[in-house]
Design a protein around this ligand. Structure first.
Ligand code: PYC
Length: 403
């Protein structure tokens, strides 16, 4: 007797000769763009091209943190809009994503770090984001297991507390969007690698792939790690450098930590999943590379800094270590909009170490830009033209692990 009906998560399709929109990269950003094109604007002749399996890029390699406690008046509303979409996403897509808004603490270990956190708290509050400074007594109540004495090299002086921040199952987000796209007839083509683009008279006419050539009315670069290579195929240079970012996961432990803990001074962030594993992330690697492998020095760093916060974890075993490739812009803010050089080439790239948390709002905004031909106010500051105009943003101080 078959207890469960076997159902494909999404269909397998032949690649058609043309689509209204071709999206390169079927991570959270590409999938969200496709989903909102279909669901909000009725644009369903859409193909998502993914060079490996779904979720193989940064969407499945991040540490699944969701938050909106950024620093700038441009960044805060954008990240806040994403948190709001994440809050409704499971209901909207009919797919459980285990979103836990368990609270997020950014630790301050020095006077200057505490001053930076104060600025963020004030900017957050002015813009309606729940975020405030807390001090050791309250930190101890929220995270009793953390080392709060003055013994460590960098004692904890204060923290920026952001109650709506938390974690979500990142692969469930990918699958939820993928299933919803599939239901609308949007096509997902995995193992379909883009190898070039045919550009004529300032427009991309077609995308070349390992499965043939596909004509497109519009092309979206929604890749992470390879965004400068893909944009270069359209003749668009990007101000991006790519660095690996490593993370690891430990064996499962009894629940002892129900907050996300971030320390920019120690370059480490830790949360405990509902399976009991600790997910630990590092600072970006100091060199540019496309490697997605873990290294021993970074593992040592993650372990050392985690033990400064939680010395009782000595002896805990690490099960897995991996890396994603982060496309860093000069101002630690993304590049979203139409390429100035190519009128139907859209970009949603340059997400550094914080792309996963903005997939929903970035996708919704890019879908609106493509369908209506007008730039939504929320993404206007992230225009690709800002570098030439000298209008850089200042998000570095809130990028957590990249400062
Ligand atoms: O910005 O929240 C963040 C983050 C976590 C890990 C890397 N970046």
């Amino acid at each position: 007797m078959q207890l469960f009906k076997k159902e494909r998560m999404w269909r397998k399709c032949d690649l058609k000769p043309s689509y209204d929109v071709v999206i390169v990269g079927a991570g959270v950003h590409g999938l969200a763009t496709a989903y909102y094109l279909g669901s909000r604007h009725g644009v369903r002749s859409v193909a998502l091209l993914e060079k490996a399996y779904l979720g193989s890029g940064n969407s499945g390699r991040n540490t699944a943190i969701i938050r909106s406690n950024y620093r700038t008046p441009e960044g805060i509303p954008f990240y806040q809009a994403s948190v709001k979409l994440y809050e409704e996403l499971a209901r909207e897509l009919g797919w459980n994503m285990l979103f836990s808004q368990c609270g997020h603490l950014t630790l301050g270990h020095t006077d200057s770090a505490v001053n930076g956190l104060r600025v963020r708290a004030e900017n957050n509050q002015v813009l309606g984001v729940d975020s405030r400074m807390i001090f050791p007594d309250e930190i101890r109540r929220l995270v009793p297991a953390m080392e709060l004495s003055d013994r460590p090299r960098f004692p904890i002086l204060a923290a920026l507390y952001h109650p709506p921040g938390g974690i979500i199952r990142h692969d469930a987000v990918v699958w939820g969007y993928a299933r919803a796209c599939d239901r609308m007839g949007i096509e997902i083509h995995t193992f379909t690698e883009v190898t070039g683009m045919r550009v004529e008279n300032g427009k991309v006419r077609s995308v070349l792939t390992n499965r043939g050539e596909v004509a497109a009315g519009a092309v979206v670069n929604a890749t992470a790690g390879w965004s400068s290579s893909i944009s270069k195929m359209a003749g668009v240079p990007l101000q991006i450098v790519s660095h690996p970012l490593q993370a690891c996961v430990t064996e499962p432990l009894k629940p002892f930590l129900d907050k996300v803990i971030v320390s920019a001074t120690l370059h480490v962030y830790v949360n405990q999943t509902d399976k009991g594993e600790l997910v630990i992330g590092a600072e970006i690697d100091p060199y540019q590379s496309y490697s997605m492998k873990g290294t021993l020095p970074t593992l040592e760093q993650m372990a050392t800094y985690t033990l400064e916060l939680f010395p009782q974890l000595h002896g805990v075993r690490v099960l897995r270590q991996w890396a994603g490739v982060c496309d860093m812009t000069p101002d630690f803010a993304p590049i979203i909009g139409v390429a100035p050089e190519v009128e139907n080439f859209y970009m949603d790239v340059g997400w550094g170490t914080y792309g996963f948390k903005t997939g929903p709002i970035a996708g919704k905004s890019v879908a609106e830009l493509i369908a209506r031909g007008e730039t939504p106010q929320l993404i206007a500051p992230f225009s690709p033209a800002r570098f030439k105009a000298g209008q850089l943003l200042g998000e570095k101080a809130a990028a957590a692990v990249s400062a």
